[in-house]
Design a protein around this ligand. Structure first.
Ligand SMILES: *Cc1c(COP(=O)(O)O)cnc(C)c1O
Length: 395
């Protein structure tokens, strides 16, 4: 449990004075609704009847046999409505927005995954929705811009800075300070000022709540390790959370190393980052020698955030969780391998976790169990993988 929004030295609320009152109101409202029976039941119903929960815990028998070590299970967040774990968070936050009387939500998005999920939940719950997206990203991800518009959202192209995700967060924060009366900022990962890292983690913790029950029912014992990819860290926090108290369960986060952690083209925050304050929180960030946020790179748009949520920084510092870098090439190989072996085209983000499972499973004996979070489906990535392999799809 965080003390005043702190995870050890990490976290906190580094925000403009004008947001402080609203953030405190949000803390109080969340404290109330997260313990409110009606709210919990309503969210549970949305999760079941709309998002398709519980998600499957799937035994990957072919991969297990082929790799010849630990038993491999996948937590299938890719089968949720909208195709990833992001729906878990947006349903929770949009329902909270409604309860506290907001009529409008805003959200940042990089590749567009969180923007599409937020626009989806807003459409369902009858909230006005505006998305902030770097102009570079609106060009690269034009299809997702149109998706959000189909869902009734307005997409604002952000032209400051590098015109990417970090600038979209800045702009969303700025918008929020001018319209706190009717608006909730629906943050997309376990980042930003307290209480966001806690709220997002709580809504995502449904992943490990289910997985823990499912594996105990299937195998009668806990896994040796749970593995998940880490961008800001929400699917990983969701996958870790209910196993944190089980000291025998290894928690492993897989960061995007891009072209390698010894190059500048990387997004591996734990491997290459340093302590800093950005986007309202104290945590680890990729920074240059002047303490400026460094440009980051990964083949996976969902993992190229220059920071990591404060609770991950804490789990890393205390040694409770391990973080490993996975390169573009390793992730693409894993993407192809799980498709061929299990008939699952997973998100390139999730393929970073699969790549580590491919290394880990053969090192462990057959009595061990690994649960890997498949954070999303990979339809969105097929064209980029073809390009990476030099295949011309005549697009
Ligand atoms: C957004 C996204 C991620 C990265 O975000 P986290 O907050 O680190 O989970 C990972 N996988 C998929 C499929 C995503 O859409």
């Amino acid at each position: 449990m965080p003390q005043n929004g702190r995870y050890g030295d990490f976290g906190g609320q580094y925000i403009p004075e004008t947001l402080m009152n609203e953030i405190h109101r949000l803390e109080e409202a969340y404290e109330y609704y997260s313990n409110n029976k009606e709210f919990i039941e309503e969210l549970d119903r949305l999760n079941r009847e709309y998002a398709g929960r519980p998600s499957l815990l799937y035994y990957a028998e072919k991969m297990t046999k082929d790799l010849g070590g630990a038993k491999i299970y996948f937590k299938r967040e890719d089968l949720n409505h909208t195709g990833s774990h992001k729906i878990n968070n947006v349903l929770g936050q949009c329902l909270l927005a409604k309860k506290i009387g907001k009529t409008r939500i805003i959200a940042e998005t990089g590749a567009g995954q969180h923007g599409v999920a937020a626009a989806t939940a807003a459409a369902l719950l009858g909230l006005e929705c505006e998305i902030f997206m770097g102009r570079e990203d609106t060009v690269r991800q034009a299809l997702n811009v149109y998706r959000m518009e189909l869902l009734g959202a307005k997409v604002n192209a952000v032209t400051s800075g590098t015109m990417t995700l970090k600038d979209a967060v800045n702009e969303a924060m700025r918008d929020w300070t001018t319209r706190v009366d009717d608006t909730l900022y629906v943050l997309g990962s376990v980042m930003g000022p307290h209480p966001f890292p806690m709220i997002v983690r709580d809504f995502q913790s449904v992943i490990s709540r289910e997985a823990r029950e499912q594996i105990l029912e299937r195998e009668g014992r806990l896994p040796t390790a749970v593995v998940a990819c880490v961008g800001g860290g929400s699917n990983a926090m969701g996958m870790f959370y209910n196993f944190i108290g089980d000291k025998e369960v290894r928690l492993i986060g897989c960061e995007a190393a891009g072209r390698g952690i010894d190059t500048k083209e990387t997004a591996a925050t734990v491997a290459t980052g340093t302590l800093g304050v950005f986007h309202g929180m104290k945590s680890l960030f990729c920074q240059d020698e002047y303490g400026q946020i460094a440009p980051v790179y990964s083949i996976s748009a969902g993992l190229d955030y220059p920071g990591i949520g404060p609770e991950h920084a804490y789990l890393h510092e205390t040694g409770r969780a391990e973080y490993v870098p996975v390169t573009d090439e390793e992730a693409v190989k894993a993407f192809e391998y799980i498709a061929r072996t299990e008939g699952i085209i997973c998100a390139i983000e999730s393929a970073h976790a699969v790549a580590h499972v491919m290394k880990l499973a053969p090192e462990l004996s057959k009595e061990n169990i690994i649960i890997c979070c498949l954070s999303g489906r990979g339809d969105k990535d097929v064209a980029a993988i073809a390009r990476y392999r030099g295949i011309d799809l005549h697009e």
